[in-house]
Design a protein around this ligand. Structure first.
Ligand SMILES: [Mg+2]
Ligand SMILES: [Zn+2]
Length: 190
């Protein structure tokens, strides 16, 4: 069966400004260049999947319905700009819950792997935190740290070196497309 390469995107601080706990659609402020970048990934045949920790649910700051409403707004906004997501997964648990889905655990990616026939080793993870880079390391894919959101501070705390550090998602996507095309050139030369 054909397997897909995915680009896993963190949400807060990567797609939208990290304005604290995003508890309502009106707090969703999309970072410059995100629409066209996701559109590019769509056109290149990547599965584009959002993976986000939303411990605000377990902390009682907002409901699952609020997370769904924010995610729906994100999808609607992207759609208006001609871009789309293949999936959105979120972890509603508290760090102390020791669940399998909270990043840097890989539960959400394992689920996407099954749902969307993703080849994790051919995939990329983009985020503004150490945990996003760590996930990429765990799945054997490539991690890209973005300097939006918490990225600048997180850069100092890195455990494993990311494959690339980009100023923002736009820079990350440009790098991914270049990286991927180099790989397929190698393949077609055989
Ligand atoms: Mg983030
Ligand atoms: Zn969880």
């Amino acid at each position: 069966m054909h397997k897909n390469a995915a680009v896993f995107l963190d949400r807060d601080g990567t797609i939208n400004e990290d304005t604290g706990y995003i508890d309502a659609p009106k707090r969703l402020v999309i970072i410059d260049g995100v629409f066209s970048s996701i559109k590019k990934l769509n056109s290149k045949g990547f599965k584009v999947v959002v993976i986000t920790n939303q411990s605000g649910v377990a902390r009682g700051y907002f409901s699952r319905e609020a997370v769904d409403a924010v995610n729906r707004r994100l999808e609607e906004t992207l759609k208006k700009e001609g871009a789309y997501l293949d999936g959105i997964y979120y972890c509603p648990h508290h760090p102390d819950d020791d669940c399998e889905c909270r990043k840097p655990k890989t539960g959400m990616l394992e689920k996407a792997k099954k749902d969307l026939h993703v080849d994790l080793e051919q995939s990329y993870v983009v985020g503004d935190k150490v945990s996003d880079v760590e996930i990429a390391y765990k799945i054997g894919g490539k991690g890209i740290l973005v300097r939006t959101g918490m990225g600048n501070d997180e850069e100092k705390k890195l455990i494993h070196k990311p494959s690339y550090i980009a100023d923002d998602l736009k820079g990350a996507v440009e790098w991914i497309i270049k990286d991927r095309s180099q790989k397929s050139e190698v393949r077609s030369q055989r």
